[in-house]
Design a protein around this ligand. Structure first.
Ligand SMILES: NC(=O)c1ccc[n+]([C@@H]2O[C@H](COP(=O)([O-])OP(=O)(O)OC[C@H]3O[C@@H](n4cnc5c(N)ncnc54)[C@H](OP(=O)(O)O)[C@@H]3O)[C@@H](O)[C@H]2O)c1
Length: 233
């Protein structure tokens, strides 16, 4: 079987490439642009694991991948794409539907937010004198674990939408922020922000969580400590 990983240079995709023997990473940096439609020959493979992403053009990007008609398309989606009315989440849900309706044999895995997403959010926000965080909970999961799960799914038969993958702990963003601050040795007052609107309400209600599927093993604390001690794994 031949494997291609779109977005194989990204936070998630590089873990899929590492876990999938012989997998070829494909993205703009390797000459394939899924939005401009260039270098699409590189998509030819039995199995395409689709990890490339675009905040505004997820559906267009996914259509380009489907046009290559792989024998099996593996797609990574997000827990809560049905509940949280963020424009990006709507795109993810529409991309899922496009895949299901395409007739291309597929597997779709929804995951919660990655550890690297929270870490990046706290890193940027802690440049201020205080650390503003969303006033709701997260269940971050290690993208290395999600990458290995996608690699395993890619080596099996198309399975449709498979059970979600959530991280090991559900905690307020403020608690994760304190874990981050302790790991990097920085002191900031953590300030949870509440904002009006349907998106905030959906997050606050736990739309981004999958407590019944807390299957990830590496905690956020282990991740941030590991990253601080050496390269991200
Ligand atoms: N981050 C999270 O917390 C999270 C949680 C659940 C699910 N997910 C899903 O996981 C997937 C990967 O997320 P990520 O955080 O790994 O993203 P990322 O680090 O931003 O990587 C995006 C990848 O897409 C490629 N790419 C962007 N535009 C492209 C284009 N026009 N043509 C071809 N390739 C393009 C990029 O490579 P080049 O720049 O070289 O093109 C890069 O390899 C996404 O579908 C996301 O929705 C993410």
């Amino acid at each position: 079987m031949t494997f291609v990983v779109t977005g194989g240079s990204g936070a998630l995709g590089r873990h899929v490439v590492a876990a999938l023997p012989g997998a070829r990473p494909v993205s703009r940096s390797s000459g394939t642009d899924l939005l401009r439609g260039t270098g699409l020959n590189a998509l030819r493979a039995d199995v395409v694991v689709h990890c490339a992403t675009s905040f505004r053009h997820e559906v267009r990007m996914t259509r380009a991948v489907l046009d290559s008609r792989p024998a099996h398309l593996v797609y990574i989606s997000i827990v809560g794409c049905q509940e949280v009315p963020l424009p990006y989440y709507r795109q993810k849900l529409a991309a899922e539907r496009l895949i299901v309706d395409s007739g291309v044999p597929h597997t779709i895995l929804r995951a919660t937010q990655f550890h690297s997403l929270l870490r990046g959010m706290f890193e940027r926000a802690s440049k201020l004198l205080f650390l503003p965080v969303p006033g709701f909970r997260f269940q971050p999961v290690d993208e290395g674990e999600v990458g290995r799960e996608l690699a395993a799914l890619a080596q099996g038969p198309p399975a449709g939408r498979v059970p979600e993958m959530g991280g090991p702990e559900v905690r307020e963003a403020a608690e994760f922020a304190r874990v981050y601050l302790a790991a990097v040795g920085r002191q900031r007052k953590v300030v949870p922000l509440k904002v009006p609107g349907a998106t905030y309400r959906a997050y606050r209600a736990g739309g981004n969580l999958s407590p019944g599927r807390a299957v990830g093993e590496r905690t956020f604390a282990a991740y941030v400590t590991g990253v601080r001690a050496g390269p991200a794994t």
